[in-house]
Design a protein around this ligand. Structure first.
Ligand code: NDP
Ligand code: MG
Length: 395
């Protein structure tokens, strides 16, 4: 009989969190939820606590914790409420937890993911920002802590599935020529370039294939999401920028591919539903039901295009930041978060996002980060620079 896996789900109320709980609920004999975390959606968290009966529910702010306690009490639940970043770290590292789903959005996900790495957990990594910001330190922590890393991002999960099981960080040794990272091209792939500066947040969030959180939806529209994923692939698979090729594949049926020396290209296909990579990682190395329907191949065409940097300048910024290395990927990520938030809030236009990030990159401190504190400082500086650029525009 399979041992029950005890889970902490960071970011339980988000898109990935909800999909994770959907898969978990299909396998009560395999998984036990120990901790759920959220930030603002307290009612949703209470409903999740009712269904999954975790020992802990964690939120960021004390005021949210006070409200959550009373909501849980009203619902007759004994779930213990904790709050703050230390509490997120605590539930990511506690001895009774086997597996941590790291699905907080943004830089806020870094510290809990690091805690899980140091504690040697099986980490299901959705929070790509952890690798973008602190790839080197995080991979060191995974190795030192004896943690196991399974990628949730659909492309990286596809690459993981397309690599030999014995892959241990040396692509060449496995006969790999290139990683082909697929991208849908988002909602603006064919929009006339002249219309791009005028698109609205609602248009940017209307992704043609995937239902996702707002931030990542805007990142898909600008293709910064793919840029962040290039950096993510670099760290996960020890791939150089030259070994990673971005391929626009608008149907999102192929989730990525690995091109081998002998001319073979191995791909993973499926419906665009995050429950597939989530179930793969939850069940690994076994395959478990995810609730995703079988892929219908008849009547479909699969097409491929090269990305255009004029339309998608953020993708180029990300490749450049990776090539330069050091703190630049962290700066790229932080400035992008600020720019996307400002775009969603109606403070800047879509066309201002890339220049905003460029402004912060031009002012960034270069050099390798010696510690997490260096990265936190570079992140904070980038946020100040990006905010200053937004203010200048508004003035
Ligand atoms: P959502 O915005 O839907 O959810 C984010 C989760 O994080 C929510 O539970 C939210 O709580 C919580 N949260 C937000 N801010 C904080 C904070 N400061 N501290 C603690 N918790 C916080 O995001 P997604 O689920 O779409 O994405 C999660 C991660 O997975 C991201 O890193 C994204 O890039 C990655 N990813 C997502 C994919 C997708 O298909 N959605 C695909 C591949 C990767 P609350 O809602 O209660 O405020
Ligand atoms: Mg992805």
């Amino acid at each position: 009989m399979t041992k029950v896996q005890n889970l902490t789900i960071l970011g339980a109320t988000g898109t990935i969190g909800v999909n994770t709980l959907d898969v978990v609920a299909r396998h009560p004999e395999r998984f036990k939820v120990v901790a759920l975390t959220a930030s603002s959606q307290l009612e949703k968290l209470v409903t999740q606590c009712q269904q999954h009966q975790p020992r802990y529910a964690v939120v960021l702010e004390e005021s949210a914790a006070v409200r959550l306690r009373s909501l849980l009490l009203d619902a007759g639940l004994k779930t213990e409420v904790l709050f703050g970043i230390e509490a997120l770290e605590f539930v990511s590292a506690m001895p009774e937890v086997d597996t941590v789903m790291a699905a907080i959005v943004g830089a806020a996900g870094l510290r809990p993911a690091m805690a899980a790495a140091h504690a040697g957990k099986r980490i299901l990594l959705a929070n790509k920002e952890t690798l973008v910001m602190a790839g080197s330190l995080f991979m060191q922590a995974v190795a030192a802590g004896g943690a196991e890393l399974l990628p949730i991002d659909s492309e990286h999960n596809a690459i993981f599935q397309s690599l030999p099981r014995e892959f241990a960080g040396d692509l060449a040794a496995c006969g790999v020529r290139r990683i082909l990272l697929t991208a849908s091209g988002g909602p603006f792939r064919t929009l006339p370039l002249a219309d791009l500066p005028h698109v609205t947040p609602d248009q940017a969030c209307a992704h043609p294939n995937w239902v996702m959180g707002k931030k990542i939806s805007v990142d898909s529209a600008t293709m910064m999401n793919k840029g962040l994923e290039v950096i993510e692939a670099h760290w996960l698979f020890n791939a150089t920028p030259q070994q990673i090729e971005v391929v626009i594949h608008p149907q999102s049926v192929i989730h990525s591919m690995v091109d081998y020396l002998d001319g073979s290209v191995i791909a993973q296909l499926g419906n665009p539903d995050m429950r597939t990579p989530i179930a793969y990682a939850l069940g690994f190395p076994e395959r478990i039901d995810s609730g995703v329907s079988a892929l219908e191949l008849f009547g479909r065409g699969l097409t491929f295009e090269a990305p255009d940097y004029t339309r998608f300048p953020c993708l180029k910024l990300a490749f450049d930041a990776l090539a330069q290395g050091g703190m630049l990927p962290a700066v790229l990520n932080a400035a992008n978060e600020v720019a996307v938030a400002a775009f969603l809030a109606g403070q800047i236009g879509y066309g201002d996002i890339a220049p905003n990030i460029e402004y912060a990159l031009a002012r960034a401190i270069t050099g390798e980060p010696g510690s997490l504190e260096d990265l936190v400082e570079a992140d904070a500086q980038a946020r100040r620079d990006a905010a200053m650029h937004i203010q200048k525009r508004a003035a």
